[in-house]
Design a protein around this ligand. Sequence first.
Ligand code: ATR
Length: 318
Amino acid sequence: MVRDMRARTILDKPRFCTFPHNIYAGRQDFAATLHHYNNSNPMTDRYAIVGHPVAHSKSPQIHALFARETHQDMSYERLLAPVDGFHGAMEAFRRSGAKGGNVTLPFKLEAFTYANDLTERARLAGAVNTLRFDGDRILGDNTDGIGLCADLAKNQQVVLTGARILILGAGGAARGVVGPLLAARPAQLAITNRTHSRAEEVADAFAAMSESTVTPLTLAELPTQRFDLIINATSASLAKDLPPVPVSCFDDGALAYDMMYGVGQTPFMLLAATAGARTADGLGMLVEQAAEAFHVWRGVRPSTGPVIAHLREQLRQA
Ligand code: ATR
């Protein structure tokens, strides 16, 4: 009941955003954006999601709902940076007085080098999805892993401590979530990848940085293993592909979590369902990582449940 009322409060109030949700298509439009910003209310704190492409991003909508709920005077836009121009675009945005931003594909590694100060979790992830500007300080953070853990714990009722967890994939998405998953002290954290050497690289990187270990498993080793939680961090679902994982890996009551969202049931989720596993997509992670970024910038924690429900309903109607 309380949850319903909160959802209504958030969604029914007038929109908070000072600026229209434009989509900036290139260098010229980017300059126009900055001009627009420079002539807007100087009291409003400005943020943006920077990526290429960025038109699909739900972040402006999510942060608009957060800001409305928590009464923050802020704006949040989409900025399309040229593929070869992340640094220049971000720096121009920062110098125009912006307070920070989110970074999405393909710029998370560049954001890591752009920052002049890093949180521990960004250092562990080797990638940055959240930037905060304080004077000359450019703080790089990574809220992806904590967003995943929050979604698992709060929205999926998964107890990570003591769980046997398998990560599929060894790219940036996988690496970004290893640190927070390890911090939750699972009984086992294994990683497997189509290209096994990349899984070994991730395990080696964390062995050097952390006391807990990640076990790299070959595809041939998987049939003898059982897991409580299997996370698809590959990009296979984008192409409607199934990453290699035997159905026998899903133990009774297991959760199959696909970090992808908005594409309905992915082949990975369909396979898991045939094994009797529960399934979840990455929509909750998207909202939870945004909430953590919001906290980094504004110092307040917005409610995530109503926002997830709202986006879920939008996806259902799309
Ligand atoms: P991201 O930053 O999104 O993780 P990435 O660094 O390109 O993107 O990594 C993509 C991951 O998905 C890799 O682990 C990749 O496996 P390889 O290292 O063998 O390339 C995995 N991947 C992509 N398509 C896949 C498929 N069809 N089946 C299995 N794994 C796949």
